[in-house]
Write a protein that binds this ligand. Structure first.
Ligand SMILES: [Zn+2]
Length: 187
């Protein structure tokens, strides 16, 4: 089976416009996930810019409405509200169906996925550093790698070929362990 690298950009910041131009120069397209409550704010995309990105062929998706930092701590109904309002707002702007979303904060529980599926998303991007795809009904759940600023070119090249994920998996596991320990201390 063929392999593709998808480039995704969360939050809907203004930098999306220059990122898009750069990608286009290299014959690439991006996935831009928009936090809809921030549309039109000073450092965020406005409606016209979102339309432009869509018309230029980039994928526009949802990054929730209000960007709750711990999305999985919301109630199921709050999750539905976040996903559905955000989808509705973007669809009204681009006049096209929105099928992708990315989870703010990256952490998810089963309700996070279930609520996004319920709202009609077909592609959910989380922050698990994995290449394996998961499915929930007919929705695909995709992992992602977030290389840090200053990452070596060679490392990015390797990641795009599917190598070097282990380091990211270990870092994520350590981070989650620390979070769990902190949570235990709090309790
Ligand atoms: Zn975000």
């Amino acid at each position: 089976m063929g392999q593709a690298t998808l480039l995704t950009f969360d939050d809907g910041g203004k930098s999306a416009m220059s990122i898009a131009s750069y990608l286009e120069k290299n014959n690439l397209l991006g996935h831009f996930f928009i936090t809809t409550s921030l549309i039109g704010e000073k450092y965020f995309l406005n409606k016209k810019e979102i339309i432009k990105l869509h018309e230029r062929g980039h994928i526009i998706g949802s990054h929730s409405h209000s960007h709750p930092h711990v999305f999985k701590s919301l109630s199921y109904q709050e999750m539905i509200d976040e996903w559905s309002l955000s989808k509705e707002i973007i669809e009204k702007i681009i006049q096209s169906e929105v099928l992708s979303c990315s989870i703010p904060g990256g952490d998810a529980n089963f309700d996070t996925y279930k609520s996004a599926v319920f709202c009609g998303y077909k592609y959910i991007f989380n922050s698990e550093p994995t290449m394996s795809l998961r499915a929930l009904n007919s929705t695909v759940i995709l992992g992602r790698i977030c290389p840090k600023k200053g990452s070596k070119y060679k490392e990015i090249e390797n990641l795009s070929k599917g190598h070097g994920f282990l380091k990211f998996q270990i870092i994520r596991q350590i981070k989650q362990l620390i979070k769990t320990i902190l949570l235990c201390i709090k309790i």
